[in-house]
Design a protein around this ligand. Structure first.
Ligand SMILES: [Zn+2]
Length: 534
């Protein structure tokens, strides 16, 4: 018989109590339940749940129907579960969009594309600025000695030599500036991008998209976000006209740009008369976050909320693979969507915790964290009363034994989950998260991406980011990217439901503990500077 030490004895009392308290309810969360919900949410009929879209609206109604069945309180407008979000759609109007170079007219679609769907007329001298990126961390500054004010900048598509997407962080407009951001910030009148092979290969699709689908933005953010600079993409024919008579021809600029030895920036002849106009058809669309509350049982603590969230949108239709153009988004983020749904069901059927629970299914995450940004700027409960936010994105896949596919290299294995942010803002939240896991299913909590300098920047790439920006401590649960990430093949049959069940039960237990804890987690650490600049 093994000698029993005092320590172990205490541990066992704790886990029994916690297990019994939560086990009953956590046990209501099952692999079969998750599979049933995900098979619906990620079915082809949902058409990839783009924002906005018919498929997304159907998914929203499915969530609302269940929430109503379980008696959760609607937290949206007019006693619904929907937090309505007005969107602005801007589509290129070909009849009002044209370019003129020294009196020669160039037409939309044949000679150029509308890059930004920003209406306006730009006229002025041209200044060629290489790739146009300012990246101080790499000592890349194509604007040295150049003036862009009241001019039209011309830039190569893509990143300059020696820069990677992981270098693109820092204070926007100061440490780092994309070509359009720099041009807008320094008073340029407009910008012209030089099409690369990829754009040329998809020219017709781009033209159609700007006329048919256009650019959709959240109306409320439009003013804030928009660089508001009319911008076009030039075909080789227009490019040649723009650089006619200059020290370098359009063809040289194009070829050297692609070859990696881009021509150095220079100002074009001030006598060259160039102007372009972009005309738009603009209208209004709507989408929604889905929001519900389960009121707490304690007269005082019920005024505090544990927020649990995921994004229920994905990317919709896209480039076909094996004839399939529906991006089902089963893992991204169907897995989070049904995890939150299963927890809502389990909590609604079990004993009520003391604090209230706030369930938020965000839309528009794939478009740039729209839904969570809209939510934290238009919260349905005061942000100060949200004690923590638990965000779930991509917890459905696990690395199979013997899987040598390099795209699955970082996928968490069958008893592991990446945990990001739990210790970043609140020592007590990090400790609680660990304690619950250790006393319950003892998953392997992998903190590999819990690093401000993680080159993958996962901290920035899901909805918890907007809550953290508002000072709410967060925990982000994630299993890593894989071969089907943002592919039509991200389908429900590839999900590891048994492992998902364990993760969701652990998150449920963590929420239960947070909702019953005597004290709310204290925010005793400031977010590292690197994590405050998107
Ligand atoms: Zn996602």
């Amino acid at each position: 018989m093994r000698k029993i030490s005092l320590g172990i004895f205490c541990g066992m009392i704790l886990s029994a109590t916690m297990l019994f308290g939560q086990g009953k309810n956590a046990k209501a969360i099952t692999a079969a339940q998750l599979r049933d919900y995900l098979t619906f949410i990620a079915a082809d009929e949902m058409e990839g749940r783009d924002t906005p879209s018919r498929g997304l609206n159907t998914a929203a109604k499915f969530l609302a129907m269940n929430l109503s069945r379980w008696g959760l309180r609607p937290a949206g407008e007019e006693n619904t579960y929907f937090q309505k979000i007005a969107l602005r759609r801007d589509r290129t109007n070909p009849a009002q969009t044209r370019v003129e170079v020294n009196g020669r007219i160039f037409s939309f679609g044949a000679d150029f594309l509308d890059r930004e769907q920003v209406a306006g007329t730009a006229s002025g001298a041209l200044v060629y600025v290489g790739h146009g990126w300012l990246i101080k961390s790499k000592n890349i500054n194509p604007y040295a000695g150049l003036e862009v004010k009241d001019k039209i900048t011309v830039f190569l598509s893509g990143l300059p030599k020696g820069a990677a997407y992981s270098d693109l962080w820092g204070k926007q407009g100061e440490d780092l500036a994309a070509p359009l951001t720099y041009a807008a910030k320094h008073g340029a009148r407009g910008a012209i991008a030089i099409a690369n092979f990829q754009t040329l290969a998809n020219w017709e699709r781009h033209r159609r998209e700007t006329v048919k689908e256009g650019r959709v933005t959240v109306e409320k953010f439009w003013k804030e976000d928009d660089v508001a600079l009319p911008a076009i993409t030039a075909s080789p024919r227009l490019l040649n006209a723009l650089f006619e008579g200059e020290k370098e021809s359009g063809a040289t600029i194009f070829n050297r740009g692609l070859g990696g030895e881009a021509v150095a920036p220079f100002e074009l002849a001030a006598t060259k008369k160039v102007s372009f106009t972009v005309g738009l058809n603009s209208d209004r669309l709507f989408t929604q976050n889905v929001v519900a509350i389960l009121e707490g049982s304690d007269a005082k603590l019920k005024n505090e909320y544990v927020a649990i969230g995921a994004h229920y949108d994905h990317v919709g239709f896209g480039a076909a693979a094996q004839g399939d153009s529906i991006y089902n988004g089963a893992d991204d983020d169907g897995s989070g969507t049904v995890a939150v749904l299963a927890m809502a069901e389990a909590f609604s059927r079990g004993p009520r915790p003391k604090r209230s629970l706030l369930f938020v299914w965000h839309c528009g995450e794939e478009k740039g964290l729209w839904g969570s940004r809209y939510f934290v700027e238009n919260p349905v409960v005061p942000l100060a009363q949200i004690v923590a936010q638990l965000n779930i994105d991509m917890i459905g896949r696990s690395k199979k034994a013997g899987d040598t596919n390099s795209e699955n290299a970082e996928l968490a294995d069958a008893n592991e989950v990446y945990v990001i942010g739990s210790k970043m803002m609140s020592t007590s939240l990090g400790a609680l998260s660990e304690r619950v896991n250790q006393s319950y299913l003892q998953l392997k909590f992998n903190y590999k991406y819990d690093d401000p300098n993680d080159p993958n920047r996962f901290f920035f790439r899901s909805d918890h980011f907007n809550y953290a920006q508002k000072g709410i401590p967060i925990i982000f649960y994630f299993n890593g990217v894989h071969e089907d990430y943002h592919q039509p093949s991200d389908s429900p049959d590839k999900i590891d439901y048994a492992r998902m069940e364990k993760i969701v039960r652990t998150i449920y237990a963590t929420a239960w503990e947070l909702a019953n804890a005597k004290n709310r987690p204290q925010v005793d650490k400031k977010l590292p500077a690197e994590l405050t600049e998107f």
